[in-house]
Design a protein around this ligand. Structure first.
Ligand SMILES: [Zn+2]
Length: 149
Protein backbone atom coordinates (compact mmCIF):
# COMPACT_ATOMS: atom_id res chain seq x y z
CA UNK A 1 0.00 0.00 0.00
CA UNK A 2 1.23 3.51 -0.82
CA UNK A 3 2.10 5.70 2.15
CA UNK A 4 1.62 9.44 2.47
CA UNK A 5 2.30 11.82 5.33
CA UNK A 6 -0.65 13.52 7.00
CA UNK A 7 0.69 16.91 5.90
CA UNK A 8 1.01 15.82 2.26
CA UNK A 9 -2.42 14.17 2.38
CA UNK A 10 -4.03 17.44 3.48
CA UNK A 11 -2.03 19.42 0.89
CA UNK A 12 -3.15 17.00 -1.84
CA UNK A 13 -6.80 17.30 -0.81
CA UNK A 14 -6.58 21.12 -0.78
CA UNK A 15 -4.82 21.11 -4.20
CA UNK A 16 -7.62 18.97 -5.67
CA UNK A 17 -10.24 21.21 -4.03
CA UNK A 18 -8.64 24.23 -5.71
CA UNK A 19 -8.65 22.46 -9.11
CA UNK A 20 -12.31 21.55 -8.67
CA UNK A 21 -13.11 25.13 -7.67
CA UNK A 22 -11.55 26.38 -10.95
CA UNK A 23 -12.52 23.63 -13.40
CA UNK A 24 -15.84 22.23 -12.26
CA UNK A 25 -19.13 24.07 -12.39
CA UNK A 26 -20.42 23.02 -9.00
CA UNK A 27 -23.72 24.78 -9.52
CA UNK A 28 -24.61 21.92 -11.91
CA UNK A 29 -24.61 19.54 -8.95
CA UNK A 30 -26.18 21.62 -6.21
CA UNK A 31 -29.70 22.88 -6.71
CA UNK A 32 -29.69 25.40 -3.89
CA UNK A 33 -27.55 28.56 -4.03
CA UNK A 34 -26.87 28.24 -0.30
CA UNK A 35 -24.85 25.08 -0.89
CA UNK A 36 -22.45 26.88 -3.23
CA UNK A 37 -22.02 29.75 -0.78
CA UNK A 38 -21.19 27.44 2.10
CA UNK A 39 -18.61 25.58 -0.02
CA UNK A 40 -16.77 28.81 -0.89
CA UNK A 41 -16.77 30.17 2.64
CA UNK A 42 -15.16 27.21 4.35
CA UNK A 43 -11.72 27.45 5.93
CA UNK A 44 -9.74 24.83 4.05
CA UNK A 45 -6.65 24.91 6.31
CA UNK A 46 -8.53 24.07 9.50
CA UNK A 47 -11.01 21.61 7.99
CA UNK A 48 -8.83 18.61 8.72
CA UNK A 49 -7.47 19.44 12.19
CA UNK A 50 -8.01 16.50 14.50
CA UNK A 51 -9.60 14.22 11.91
CA UNK A 52 -8.45 10.61 11.78
CA UNK A 53 -5.84 9.37 9.31
CA UNK A 54 -8.35 6.73 8.20
CA UNK A 55 -10.76 9.48 7.17
CA UNK A 56 -8.00 11.22 5.18
CA UNK A 57 -7.15 7.85 3.54
CA UNK A 58 -10.78 7.54 2.42
CA UNK A 59 -10.67 10.98 0.81
CA UNK A 60 -7.32 10.30 -0.90
CA UNK A 61 -8.68 7.03 -2.28
CA UNK A 62 -11.82 8.79 -3.51
CA UNK A 63 -9.93 11.51 -5.39
CA UNK A 64 -6.93 9.50 -6.67
CA UNK A 65 -8.23 5.96 -6.92
CA UNK A 66 -5.29 4.71 -4.85
CA UNK A 67 -5.61 2.95 -1.52
CA UNK A 68 -3.14 4.77 0.74
CA UNK A 69 -1.98 4.76 4.33
CA UNK A 70 -1.85 8.21 5.90
CA UNK A 71 0.92 8.45 8.49
CA UNK A 72 1.50 11.06 11.17
CA UNK A 73 0.39 12.35 14.53
CA UNK A 74 -3.20 13.51 14.77
CA UNK A 75 -3.66 16.86 16.50
CA UNK A 76 -5.36 16.12 19.84
CA UNK A 77 -8.27 18.53 20.15
CA UNK A 78 -10.62 19.10 23.08
CA UNK A 79 -13.80 17.02 23.33
CA UNK A 80 -17.09 18.68 22.46
CA UNK A 81 -19.40 18.61 25.52
CA UNK A 82 -22.32 17.73 23.25
CA UNK A 83 -21.17 15.03 20.79
CA UNK A 84 -17.95 14.03 22.61
CA UNK A 85 -15.83 14.05 19.44
CA UNK A 86 -12.47 15.80 19.79
CA UNK A 87 -13.33 18.74 17.56
CA UNK A 88 -12.53 21.86 19.60
CA UNK A 89 -9.22 23.76 19.30
CA UNK A 90 -9.76 25.57 22.62
CA UNK A 91 -11.21 24.46 25.92
CA UNK A 92 -13.72 26.71 27.64
CA UNK A 93 -11.87 28.83 30.19
CA UNK A 94 -13.29 32.30 30.90
CA UNK A 95 -10.27 33.18 33.07
CA UNK A 96 -7.99 32.79 30.08
CA UNK A 97 -10.56 34.12 27.62
CA UNK A 98 -10.66 30.89 25.66
CA UNK A 99 -13.54 28.77 24.46
CA UNK A 100 -16.68 29.48 22.49
CA UNK A 101 -15.43 27.15 19.75
CA UNK A 102 -18.21 25.89 17.51
CA UNK A 103 -18.09 22.14 16.98
CA UNK A 104 -17.75 21.37 13.25
CA UNK A 105 -19.65 18.11 13.76
CA UNK A 106 -22.72 19.02 15.83
CA UNK A 107 -22.51 22.86 15.72
CA UNK A 108 -22.75 23.24 19.51
CA UNK A 109 -20.95 26.39 20.70
CA UNK A 110 -18.93 25.54 23.78
CA UNK A 111 -20.03 28.08 26.38
CA UNK A 112 -19.03 25.99 29.37
CA UNK A 113 -22.38 24.25 29.71
CA UNK A 114 -22.15 20.81 31.25
CA UNK A 115 -25.78 20.01 32.09
CA UNK A 116 -27.40 18.54 28.96
CA UNK A 117 -30.87 19.89 29.75
CA UNK A 118 -29.98 23.55 30.35
CA UNK A 119 -31.34 25.90 27.67
CA UNK A 120 -28.57 28.16 26.34
CA UNK A 121 -29.59 31.26 24.40
CA UNK A 122 -26.22 31.38 22.59
CA UNK A 123 -27.04 27.93 21.17
CA UNK A 124 -30.79 28.47 20.93
CA UNK A 125 -31.33 25.15 22.67
CA UNK A 126 -29.83 22.61 25.03
CA UNK A 127 -27.22 19.90 24.52
CA UNK A 128 -30.12 17.42 24.69
CA UNK A 129 -31.82 19.27 21.79
CA UNK A 130 -28.63 19.04 19.70
CA UNK A 131 -28.22 15.33 20.48
CA UNK A 132 -31.82 14.75 19.43
CA UNK A 133 -31.10 16.54 16.13
CA UNK A 134 -28.11 14.23 15.51
CA UNK A 135 -30.28 11.14 16.12
CA UNK A 136 -33.00 12.40 13.78
CA UNK A 137 -30.70 13.48 10.90
CA UNK A 138 -28.50 10.51 10.10
CA UNK A 139 -27.78 11.84 6.59
CA UNK A 140 -26.26 15.03 7.88
CA UNK A 141 -24.54 13.69 10.98
CA UNK A 142 -23.21 10.35 9.76
CA UNK A 143 -20.05 8.92 11.30
CA UNK A 144 -19.91 5.61 9.49
CA UNK A 145 -19.50 4.78 5.85
CA UNK A 146 -21.82 1.80 5.94
CA UNK A 147 -25.19 1.25 7.50
CA UNK A 148 -25.38 -1.21 10.39
CA UNK A 149 -27.75 -4.20 10.16
ZN1 LIG B 1 -19.96 18.44 18.88
Amino acid sequence: MKKISRKDAINLIVEVQNIIEKKVDLSKYFSEDQWINSIKEKEIDTDFQGVSNGFLSEIIQSITGYKVEVCGEIEVLFPCPCCAFRTLTESYNPMEGTGYDICPYCNWEDDGTIDANTYRSINRGSIADYRQRIRENSNRYYTNKWIKA
